[in-house]
Write a protein that binds this ligand. Sequence first.
Ligand SMILES: [Zn+2]
Length: 318
Amino acid sequence: MGCGERLGQLVQRLRRRRGARSPITAVARNPNHLDLFVTGTDGKIYSTWWDQSVGWVNWFNVSGGAAALGSEITAIARNPNHLDLFVTGTDSRIYSTWWDQSSGWANWFNVSGGAAALTSPITPIARNPDHLDLFVTGTDGRIYSTWWDQSEAVRVHVKVLSEPTTISRAQMTQSMRDVYAGVGIDVVIASEETLNLPLLNDLDVGTCVVGSTTAEQNDLFGHRNNAGANDICVYFLRSTVPPLNGCAAHPDGRPAAVITSVASPWTMGHECGHVLGLVHVNDNDRLMTGNGTWNITNPPPDLIQSEINTMIASPLTS
Ligand SMILES: [Zn+2]
């Protein structure tokens, strides 16, 4: 009644003032609260909300501008304290952002790489609070789906011999989270520890080949305080000999990687990708490019379905 009228007024106000390009998507995450979402003509997502105790608030922009947005926005609440938004970008890829009661809005990220050129709105459904299924129509007229499940996570223990100098640990962690979240894997930083190991701060990594490690690597990777057998230890150190951004060669039973002070935003996600069983590819749009992660184009870099399957099949994700 009153609520419906106010809704109409708000929509008209948006159309007059900014011009709404898409239909409104509304979601009720509890019986006393409504959230509205719309794509503006500037290609950004706008939201407002109504709460039983507060009434309507002003429109605001959600999480900045995703890659110019092509489709209408869709929203879903898989629990009362969480929202997920989905939109198809003009690059035909799916973008998502989320809001959580405890942490607010996240950055936009690409979901599951690029499916066959997508044009339609995304239809999301949560059949339980820890699972999402997405459906979309491709330009080939076929229907595509992907899914996210809360249960997939990788536990990382951070060990610091030297802080990185170019890209901060926080930024590397966020970049890794952005890519891994896009394929349904949470990155849990399970512990952080400073290690005083000056003799291993410029680490001899030999040829840095999986299955072949040096005495220094074996020594370093013995430092696994707090880490379970299926947890990854990531060691931040000054440099490797020979010089690399990072190296994921590790002894059996001690999943680990090293990250050097000159690492890129994507090195941590890349090296952990190796630990999860991924190999190099010759494609600078992808996380596992063998050409150096500083050369990644079109960030955030992609993981393809076969890589996602390998990561999820790894005993290090659960
Ligand atoms: Zn690599």
